[in-house]
Design a protein around this ligand. Structure first.
Ligand code: GDP
Ligand code: IMO
Ligand code: MG
Length: 425
Protein backbone atom coordinates (compact mmCIF):
# COMPACT_ATOMS: atom_id res chain seq x y z
CA UNK A 1 0.00 0.00 0.00
CA UNK A 2 0.95 3.63 -0.43
CA UNK A 3 0.25 6.61 1.78
CA UNK A 4 -1.95 9.45 0.63
CA UNK A 5 -0.95 12.93 1.73
CA UNK A 6 -3.30 15.81 2.45
CA UNK A 7 -1.88 19.30 2.74
CA UNK A 8 -2.62 22.99 2.56
CA UNK A 9 -1.60 24.82 -0.61
CA UNK A 10 -1.86 28.39 0.68
CA UNK A 11 -0.77 30.07 3.94
CA UNK A 12 -2.52 27.61 6.26
CA UNK A 13 -6.06 27.36 7.65
CA UNK A 14 -7.43 26.01 4.38
CA UNK A 15 -9.70 23.55 6.21
CA UNK A 16 -7.38 20.56 6.52
CA UNK A 17 -8.91 19.37 9.80
CA UNK A 18 -12.40 19.19 8.35
CA UNK A 19 -11.35 17.23 5.28
CA UNK A 20 -9.10 14.79 7.14
CA UNK A 21 -12.09 14.00 9.36
CA UNK A 22 -14.29 13.49 6.29
CA UNK A 23 -11.75 11.24 4.54
CA UNK A 24 -10.71 9.19 7.60
CA UNK A 25 -13.40 6.48 7.17
CA UNK A 26 -11.55 5.49 3.96
CA UNK A 27 -8.27 4.87 5.84
CA UNK A 28 -6.95 2.69 8.67
CA UNK A 29 -4.42 5.20 9.96
CA UNK A 30 -4.05 8.99 10.11
CA UNK A 31 -0.61 10.46 10.76
CA UNK A 32 0.64 14.00 11.39
CA UNK A 33 4.11 14.58 9.95
CA UNK A 34 5.24 18.10 10.89
CA UNK A 35 4.40 21.25 12.79
CA UNK A 36 3.09 21.33 16.32
CA UNK A 37 0.64 23.33 18.38
CA UNK A 38 1.04 26.25 15.98
CA UNK A 39 -1.61 24.34 14.02
CA UNK A 40 -5.30 24.75 14.77
CA UNK A 41 -7.42 22.26 12.84
CA UNK A 42 -11.16 22.77 13.25
CA UNK A 43 -13.76 20.02 12.91
CA UNK A 44 -17.51 20.37 13.19
CA UNK A 45 -20.06 17.59 13.42
CA UNK A 46 -23.26 16.81 15.29
CA UNK A 47 -23.44 20.41 16.48
CA UNK A 48 -20.01 20.21 18.17
CA UNK A 49 -16.85 22.10 17.27
CA UNK A 50 -13.35 20.87 18.10
CA UNK A 51 -9.97 22.48 17.50
CA UNK A 52 -7.01 20.09 17.31
CA UNK A 53 -3.43 21.29 17.62
CA UNK A 54 -1.15 18.28 17.93
CA UNK A 55 -3.57 15.39 17.71
CA UNK A 56 -4.35 14.15 14.18
CA UNK A 57 -7.81 14.94 12.83
CA UNK A 58 -8.68 11.26 12.38
CA UNK A 59 -9.26 10.88 16.11
CA UNK A 60 -13.05 11.20 15.97
CA UNK A 61 -13.75 8.50 13.40
CA UNK A 62 -14.05 5.12 15.10
CA UNK A 63 -11.09 3.00 16.02
CA UNK A 64 -8.56 4.34 13.55
CA UNK A 65 -4.94 4.52 14.65
CA UNK A 66 -3.67 8.09 14.86
CA UNK A 67 0.07 8.72 14.84
CA UNK A 68 2.09 11.77 15.81
CA UNK A 69 5.19 11.34 13.65
CA UNK A 70 8.86 12.12 14.22
CA UNK A 71 8.60 15.36 12.22
CA UNK A 72 6.17 16.88 14.73
CA UNK A 73 7.25 19.06 17.67
CA UNK A 74 5.24 18.38 20.81
CA UNK A 75 4.55 20.57 23.83
CA UNK A 76 3.63 18.15 26.66
CA UNK A 77 1.64 20.79 28.57
CA UNK A 78 -0.49 21.76 25.57
CA UNK A 79 -0.78 18.13 24.53
CA UNK A 80 -2.11 17.18 27.97
CA UNK A 81 -4.70 19.96 27.89
CA UNK A 82 -5.82 18.99 24.38
CA UNK A 83 -5.95 15.25 25.07
CA UNK A 84 -7.69 15.60 28.44
CA UNK A 85 -10.39 17.78 26.90
CA UNK A 86 -11.04 15.08 24.30
CA UNK A 87 -11.05 12.33 26.92
CA UNK A 88 -13.49 14.36 29.01
CA UNK A 89 -15.86 14.47 26.05
CA UNK A 90 -15.78 10.69 25.81
CA UNK A 91 -13.00 10.00 23.30
CA UNK A 92 -10.59 7.33 24.41
CA UNK A 93 -7.15 8.24 23.10
CA UNK A 94 -4.67 6.04 24.93
CA UNK A 95 -5.36 2.97 22.78
CA UNK A 96 -5.48 4.75 19.46
CA UNK A 97 -2.96 7.57 19.64
CA UNK A 98 0.66 6.58 19.11
CA UNK A 99 3.50 9.06 19.48
CA UNK A 100 6.90 8.82 17.85
CA UNK A 101 9.81 8.61 20.26
CA UNK A 102 11.71 10.72 17.74
CA UNK A 103 9.31 13.67 17.85
CA UNK A 104 11.04 16.67 19.42
CA UNK A 105 9.86 18.27 22.64
CA UNK A 106 8.97 21.94 22.89
CA UNK A 107 10.45 23.12 26.21
CA UNK A 108 9.02 26.01 28.24
CA UNK A 109 12.20 27.93 27.42
CA UNK A 110 11.56 27.38 23.68
CA UNK A 111 8.36 29.36 24.07
CA UNK A 112 10.23 32.10 25.89
CA UNK A 113 12.89 32.15 23.18
CA UNK A 114 10.19 32.42 20.50
CA UNK A 115 8.82 35.51 22.25
CA UNK A 116 12.29 36.96 22.87
CA UNK A 117 13.41 36.54 19.24
CA UNK A 118 10.19 38.10 17.99
CA UNK A 119 10.60 41.06 20.37
CA UNK A 120 14.20 41.50 19.23
CA UNK A 121 13.10 41.62 15.58
CA UNK A 122 10.84 44.62 16.21
CA UNK A 123 9.01 45.64 13.04
CA UNK A 124 10.56 42.73 11.13
CA UNK A 125 8.90 40.14 13.36
CA UNK A 126 7.39 37.06 11.73
CA UNK A 127 4.20 37.16 13.78
CA UNK A 128 4.65 33.60 15.03
CA UNK A 129 2.03 31.76 17.03
CA UNK A 130 4.33 32.03 20.06
CA UNK A 131 4.36 28.28 20.62
CA UNK A 132 8.14 27.85 20.50
CA UNK A 133 8.13 26.23 17.06
CA UNK A 134 11.19 27.99 15.56
CA UNK A 135 13.49 27.51 18.57
CA UNK A 136 12.51 23.83 18.88
CA UNK A 137 13.27 23.03 15.24
CA UNK A 138 16.46 25.09 15.56
CA UNK A 139 17.59 22.84 18.43
CA UNK A 140 16.64 19.77 16.42
CA UNK A 141 18.78 20.79 13.44
CA UNK A 142 21.67 21.97 15.62
CA UNK A 143 21.56 18.60 17.40
CA UNK A 144 20.61 20.01 20.77
CA UNK A 145 17.00 18.89 20.92
CA UNK A 146 15.21 16.66 23.41
CA UNK A 147 12.96 13.96 22.00
CA UNK A 148 9.87 12.25 23.35
CA UNK A 149 11.88 9.02 23.83
CA UNK A 150 14.26 10.91 26.11
CA UNK A 151 11.64 11.21 28.84
CA UNK A 152 12.08 7.50 29.58
CA UNK A 153 15.75 7.67 30.66
CA UNK A 154 17.84 10.13 32.63
CA UNK A 155 15.60 12.96 31.61
CA UNK A 156 16.19 15.49 34.39
CA UNK A 157 19.85 15.85 33.47
CA UNK A 158 19.11 16.36 29.78
CA UNK A 159 16.40 18.88 30.59
CA UNK A 160 18.63 20.86 32.95
CA UNK A 161 21.39 21.14 30.33
CA UNK A 162 18.96 22.38 27.66
CA UNK A 163 17.34 24.82 30.06
CA UNK A 164 20.71 26.25 31.13
CA UNK A 165 21.66 26.80 27.50
CA UNK A 166 18.37 28.54 26.76
CA UNK A 167 18.59 30.72 29.86
CA UNK A 168 21.97 31.96 28.76
CA UNK A 169 20.48 33.11 25.45
CA UNK A 170 17.49 34.70 27.18
CA UNK A 171 19.88 36.59 29.44
CA UNK A 172 21.88 37.83 26.47
CA UNK A 173 18.61 39.12 24.97
CA UNK A 174 17.74 40.87 28.25
CA UNK A 175 14.46 38.99 28.29
CA UNK A 176 12.80 38.83 31.68
CA UNK A 177 10.55 35.90 32.50
CA UNK A 178 9.06 33.67 35.14
CA UNK A 179 9.40 29.98 34.38
CA UNK A 180 7.79 28.44 37.44
CA UNK A 181 4.17 28.13 36.22
CA UNK A 182 5.19 27.07 32.72
CA UNK A 183 7.56 24.44 34.07
CA UNK A 184 5.00 23.01 36.50
CA UNK A 185 2.43 22.43 33.73
CA UNK A 186 5.15 21.11 31.46
CA UNK A 187 6.37 18.43 33.88
CA UNK A 188 2.78 17.36 34.51
CA UNK A 189 2.55 17.01 30.75
CA UNK A 190 5.68 14.83 30.70
CA UNK A 191 4.14 12.44 33.26
CA UNK A 192 0.91 12.37 31.25
CA UNK A 193 2.81 11.60 28.06
CA UNK A 194 4.24 8.46 29.67
CA UNK A 195 0.74 6.94 29.70
CA UNK A 196 0.70 6.85 25.88
CA UNK A 197 2.21 4.36 23.47
CA UNK A 198 5.56 5.86 22.56
CA UNK A 199 6.61 4.12 19.37
CA UNK A 200 9.11 3.91 16.54
CA UNK A 201 6.53 5.30 14.17
CA UNK A 202 8.62 4.77 11.03
CA UNK A 203 8.61 1.02 11.72
CA UNK A 204 4.95 1.04 12.65
CA UNK A 205 3.83 2.86 9.51
CA UNK A 206 5.92 0.75 7.17
CA UNK A 207 4.71 -2.41 8.87
CA UNK A 208 1.09 -1.27 8.54
CA UNK A 209 1.61 -0.46 4.86
CA UNK A 210 3.23 -3.84 4.24
CA UNK A 211 0.26 -5.55 5.86
CA UNK A 212 -2.17 -3.82 3.53
CA UNK A 213 -3.34 -0.96 5.76
CA UNK A 214 -4.04 2.44 4.28
CA UNK A 215 -2.56 5.63 5.71
CA UNK A 216 -3.56 9.26 5.33
CA UNK A 217 -0.83 11.77 6.19
CA UNK A 218 -2.13 15.08 7.55
CA UNK A 219 -0.15 18.22 6.88
CA UNK A 220 -0.16 21.32 9.04
CA UNK A 221 0.32 24.94 7.95
CA UNK A 222 0.49 25.34 4.18
CA UNK A 223 2.91 25.17 1.27
CA UNK A 224 3.50 28.94 1.24
CA UNK A 225 4.68 28.66 4.87
CA UNK A 226 7.26 25.97 4.03
CA UNK A 227 10.71 26.79 5.39
CA UNK A 228 12.35 26.17 1.98
CA UNK A 229 9.69 27.15 -0.53
CA UNK A 230 7.42 29.55 1.35
CA UNK A 231 7.68 33.32 1.56
CA UNK A 232 10.91 33.17 3.59
CA UNK A 233 11.61 34.45 6.23
CA UNK A 234 7.88 34.80 6.91
CA UNK A 235 7.39 31.05 7.17
CA UNK A 236 7.19 28.34 9.79
CA UNK A 237 10.22 26.20 10.61
CA UNK A 238 9.26 22.87 9.06
CA UNK A 239 8.79 21.37 5.63
CA UNK A 240 5.05 21.65 5.14
CA UNK A 241 5.23 20.29 1.59
CA UNK A 242 4.52 16.75 0.45
CA UNK A 243 8.17 15.73 0.85
CA UNK A 244 7.76 16.56 4.54
CA UNK A 245 5.61 13.44 4.86
CA UNK A 246 8.64 11.34 3.87
CA UNK A 247 11.02 12.89 6.39
CA UNK A 248 8.37 13.42 9.04
CA UNK A 249 7.15 9.83 9.07
CA UNK A 250 9.91 7.72 7.58
CA UNK A 251 7.95 6.92 4.45
CA UNK A 252 9.98 6.49 1.25
CA UNK A 253 9.17 8.78 -1.71
CA UNK A 254 8.01 5.83 -3.83
CA UNK A 255 5.37 5.08 -1.18
CA UNK A 256 3.49 8.32 -1.81
CA UNK A 257 0.14 7.73 -3.53
CA UNK A 258 -2.42 10.48 -3.97
CA UNK A 259 -1.61 14.00 -2.90
CA UNK A 260 -4.68 15.98 -1.87
CA UNK A 261 -4.08 19.71 -2.14
CA UNK A 262 -6.51 21.89 -0.22
CA UNK A 263 -7.23 25.53 -0.97
CA UNK A 264 -9.86 28.09 -0.08
CA UNK A 265 -11.94 29.61 -2.87
CA UNK A 266 -10.19 32.82 -1.81
CA UNK A 267 -7.05 33.32 0.26
CA UNK A 268 -6.05 34.20 3.83
CA UNK A 269 -2.88 34.70 5.78
CA UNK A 270 -2.25 35.23 9.49
CA UNK A 271 0.99 36.79 10.67
CA UNK A 272 3.38 39.00 8.71
CA UNK A 273 4.81 38.53 5.22
CA UNK A 274 3.97 39.02 1.57
CA UNK A 275 0.40 38.39 0.44
CA UNK A 276 0.06 39.69 -3.13
CA UNK A 277 -3.74 39.51 -3.39
CA UNK A 278 -4.50 40.94 0.06
CA UNK A 279 -7.53 43.25 0.09
CA UNK A 280 -7.57 46.31 2.30
CA UNK A 281 -11.10 47.36 1.36
CA UNK A 282 -14.65 46.39 2.24
CA UNK A 283 -14.49 43.31 0.00
CA UNK A 284 -11.66 41.99 2.19
CA UNK A 285 -13.68 42.81 5.30
CA UNK A 286 -16.71 41.03 3.82
CA UNK A 287 -14.71 37.87 3.09
CA UNK A 288 -13.28 37.98 6.63
CA UNK A 289 -16.70 38.45 8.22
CA UNK A 290 -18.50 35.79 6.16
CA UNK A 291 -15.61 33.34 6.48
CA UNK A 292 -15.16 33.98 10.24
CA UNK A 293 -11.49 34.48 9.50
CA UNK A 294 -10.00 34.55 12.97
CA UNK A 295 -7.11 32.27 13.96
CA UNK A 296 -8.08 28.99 15.63
CA UNK A 297 -4.94 29.15 17.84
CA UNK A 298 -4.24 32.83 18.50
CA UNK A 299 -7.63 34.38 17.71
CA UNK A 300 -5.83 36.86 15.44
CA UNK A 301 -7.75 38.41 12.56
CA UNK A 302 -6.69 36.71 9.34
CA UNK A 303 -5.75 38.89 6.38
CA UNK A 304 -8.07 38.17 3.42
CA UNK A 305 -7.79 38.44 -0.36
CA UNK A 306 -8.69 36.89 -3.70
CA UNK A 307 -7.43 33.51 -4.81
CA UNK A 308 -3.82 33.63 -6.03
CA UNK A 309 -3.31 31.17 -8.90
CA UNK A 310 0.36 32.08 -9.30
CA UNK A 311 1.09 30.90 -5.75
CA UNK A 312 -1.31 27.95 -6.10
CA UNK A 313 0.35 26.71 -9.30
CA UNK A 314 3.67 26.84 -7.52
CA UNK A 315 2.26 24.80 -4.64
CA UNK A 316 0.72 22.23 -7.00
CA UNK A 317 4.13 21.83 -8.64
CA UNK A 318 6.14 21.52 -5.41
CA UNK A 319 3.68 19.10 -3.82
CA UNK A 320 2.87 16.99 -6.88
CA UNK A 321 -0.83 17.41 -6.19
CA UNK A 322 -3.03 14.76 -7.84
CA UNK A 323 -6.42 15.85 -6.47
CA UNK A 324 -7.63 19.28 -5.46
CA UNK A 325 -10.12 20.10 -2.73
CA UNK A 326 -11.78 23.51 -2.68
CA UNK A 327 -12.95 24.83 0.67
CA UNK A 328 -15.24 27.63 1.82
CA UNK A 329 -16.80 28.41 -1.55
CA UNK A 330 -19.96 29.27 0.40
CA UNK A 331 -18.21 32.40 1.67
CA UNK A 332 -18.40 33.76 -1.90
CA UNK A 333 -22.06 32.75 -2.40
CA UNK A 334 -23.32 36.35 -2.36
CA UNK A 335 -20.64 38.00 -4.52
CA UNK A 336 -21.61 39.64 -7.85
CA UNK A 337 -18.19 38.92 -9.33
CA UNK A 338 -15.13 36.98 -8.21
CA UNK A 339 -11.54 37.75 -9.00
CA UNK A 340 -8.66 35.35 -9.52
CA UNK A 341 -5.03 36.47 -9.76
CA UNK A 342 -3.32 34.93 -12.81
CA UNK A 343 -0.05 36.90 -12.89
CA UNK A 344 1.87 39.60 -11.04
CA UNK A 345 3.16 42.90 -12.35
CA UNK A 346 6.54 43.61 -10.80
CA UNK A 347 7.93 47.05 -11.55
CA UNK A 348 5.65 47.17 -14.59
CA UNK A 349 6.68 43.76 -15.97
CA UNK A 350 4.22 40.83 -15.96
CA UNK A 351 5.47 37.56 -14.42
CA UNK A 352 3.72 34.26 -13.69
CA UNK A 353 5.88 32.98 -10.82
CA UNK A 354 6.33 33.85 -7.15
CA UNK A 355 9.38 36.15 -7.04
CA UNK A 356 12.38 35.58 -4.74
CA UNK A 357 11.83 38.85 -2.96
CA UNK A 358 8.68 40.91 -2.68
CA UNK A 359 9.28 44.46 -1.55
CA UNK A 360 6.40 46.46 -0.25
CA UNK A 361 4.52 48.21 -3.02
CA UNK A 362 6.43 46.81 -6.02
CA UNK A 363 4.00 44.01 -6.90
CA UNK A 364 0.55 44.31 -8.37
CA UNK A 365 -1.75 41.33 -8.99
CA UNK A 366 -3.22 40.84 -12.47
CA UNK A 367 -6.81 39.64 -12.15
CA UNK A 368 -9.34 37.78 -14.25
CA UNK A 369 -12.92 38.58 -13.21
CA UNK A 370 -15.60 35.89 -13.25
CA UNK A 371 -19.34 36.12 -12.64
CA UNK A 372 -20.48 35.13 -9.15
CA UNK A 373 -23.09 32.36 -8.68
CA UNK A 374 -25.21 34.33 -6.20
CA UNK A 375 -26.81 31.17 -4.78
CA UNK A 376 -26.83 29.78 -1.26
CA UNK A 377 -24.92 26.53 -1.71
CA UNK A 378 -24.66 25.56 1.95
CA UNK A 379 -27.44 22.98 1.86
CA UNK A 380 -26.51 21.39 -1.44
CA UNK A 381 -25.91 17.65 -1.41
CA UNK A 382 -24.60 16.86 -4.85
CA UNK A 383 -22.74 18.41 -7.74
CA UNK A 384 -25.92 18.16 -9.85
CA UNK A 385 -27.23 21.16 -7.90
CA UNK A 386 -24.23 23.39 -8.65
CA UNK A 387 -25.12 26.67 -10.40
CA UNK A 388 -23.71 27.20 -13.87
CA UNK A 389 -21.43 30.05 -12.78
CA UNK A 390 -19.99 27.90 -10.01
CA UNK A 391 -19.20 25.12 -12.47
CA UNK A 392 -17.55 27.73 -14.69
CA UNK A 393 -15.39 28.86 -11.72
CA UNK A 394 -14.37 25.23 -11.06
CA UNK A 395 -13.51 24.64 -14.72
CA UNK A 396 -11.48 27.84 -14.85
CA UNK A 397 -9.46 26.80 -11.78
CA UNK A 398 -8.94 23.27 -13.08
CA UNK A 399 -7.73 24.59 -16.40
CA UNK A 400 -5.33 27.00 -14.72
CA UNK A 401 -4.00 24.47 -12.19
CA UNK A 402 -4.07 21.37 -14.39
CA UNK A 403 -5.49 19.13 -11.64
CA UNK A 404 -9.11 18.03 -11.05
CA UNK A 405 -11.11 19.42 -8.13
CA UNK A 406 -12.52 16.28 -6.50
CA UNK A 407 -14.18 17.68 -3.40
CA UNK A 408 -15.97 20.95 -2.74
CA UNK A 409 -16.73 22.10 0.79
CA UNK A 410 -19.79 24.34 1.20
CA UNK A 411 -19.81 24.85 4.97
CA UNK A 412 -17.87 23.96 8.13
CA UNK A 413 -19.87 20.84 9.01
CA UNK A 414 -18.72 17.34 8.14
CA UNK A 415 -21.96 16.93 6.14
CA UNK A 416 -21.37 20.03 4.01
CA UNK A 417 -18.95 18.25 1.72
CA UNK A 418 -19.65 17.39 -1.90
CA UNK A 419 -17.66 14.86 -3.87
CA UNK A 420 -17.39 15.35 -7.61
CA UNK A 421 -17.46 12.35 -9.89
CA UNK A 422 -15.39 13.16 -12.88
CA UNK A 423 -15.10 11.36 -16.20
CA UNK A 424 -11.89 9.50 -15.29
CA UNK A 425 -13.34 8.01 -12.04
P1 GDP B 1 -7.01 24.10 9.07
O1 GDP B 1 -5.96 24.69 9.96
O2 GDP B 1 -6.55 23.96 7.66
O3 GDP B 1 -7.59 22.82 9.61
O4 GDP B 1 -8.20 25.17 9.04
P2 GDP B 1 -8.79 25.99 10.31
O5 GDP B 1 -9.59 25.07 11.13
O6 GDP B 1 -7.73 26.77 10.98
O7 GDP B 1 -9.68 27.06 9.57
C1 GDP B 1 -10.72 26.69 8.72
C2 GDP B 1 -12.02 27.30 9.28
O8 GDP B 1 -13.00 27.26 8.28
C3 GDP B 1 -12.59 26.55 10.45
O9 GDP B 1 -13.25 27.45 11.30
C4 GDP B 1 -13.57 25.58 9.80
O10 GDP B 1 -14.63 25.20 10.68
C5 GDP B 1 -14.10 26.43 8.68
N1 GDP B 1 -14.49 25.72 7.47
C6 GDP B 1 -13.95 24.59 6.91
N2 GDP B 1 -14.54 24.34 5.72
C7 GDP B 1 -15.45 25.31 5.53
C8 GDP B 1 -16.37 25.60 4.46
O11 GDP B 1 -16.42 24.93 3.45
N3 GDP B 1 -17.14 26.73 4.62
C9 GDP B 1 -17.09 27.52 5.72
N4 GDP B 1 -17.89 28.58 5.77
N5 GDP B 1 -16.24 27.27 6.74
C10 GDP B 1 -15.43 26.18 6.63
P1 IMO C 1 -2.68 25.41 10.42
O1 IMO C 1 -2.13 24.01 10.50
C1 IMO C 1 -1.88 29.62 9.57
C2 IMO C 1 2.10 31.12 10.66
C3 IMO C 1 2.19 32.13 11.80
C4 IMO C 1 3.42 32.90 11.36
C5 IMO C 1 4.31 31.82 10.77
C6 IMO C 1 5.35 31.28 11.73
O2 IMO C 1 -3.79 25.67 11.37
O3 IMO C 1 -3.00 25.76 9.00
P2 IMO C 1 5.24 29.67 13.84
O4 IMO C 1 4.48 29.79 15.13
O5 IMO C 1 4.95 28.44 13.07
O6 IMO C 1 6.72 29.87 14.03
O7 IMO C 1 4.74 30.94 12.97
O8 IMO C 1 3.44 30.78 10.37
N1 IMO C 1 1.39 29.86 11.01
C7 IMO C 1 0.17 29.54 10.59
N2 IMO C 1 -0.72 30.25 9.85
N3 IMO C 1 -2.15 28.35 9.95
C8 IMO C 1 -1.27 27.63 10.65
O9 IMO C 1 -1.46 26.32 10.94
C9 IMO C 1 -0.06 28.23 11.05
N4 IMO C 1 1.01 27.82 11.76
C10 IMO C 1 1.89 28.82 11.72
O10 IMO C 1 1.03 32.93 11.86
O11 IMO C 1 3.07 33.78 10.32
MG1 MG D 1 -5.71 26.32 11.26
Amino acid sequence: MKVDVLLGLQWGDEGKGKVVDVLTPRYDVVARFQGGPNAGHTLEFEGQKYVLRSIPSGIFQGDKINIIGNGVVLDPALFKAEAEALEASGHNLKERLHISKKAHLILPTHRLLDAAYEAAKGDAKVGTTGKGIGPTYTDKVSRNGLRVGDILHDFDKKYAAAKARHEQILKSLNYSYDLSELEKAWFEGIEYLKQFQLVDSEHEINFLLASGKSVLCEGAQGTMLDVDFGSYPFVTSSNTICAGACTGLGVAPNKIGDVYGIFKAYCTRVGAGPFPTELFDETGDKIGALGHEFGAVTGRKRRCGWIDLVALKYAVMIDGVTKLIMMKSDVLDSFETIKACVAYKVDGEEIDYFPFDIKEGNLEPVYVELPGWKTDMTKMQSEDEFPEEFNAYLSFLEEQLGVPIKIVSVGPDREQTIERYLEDD
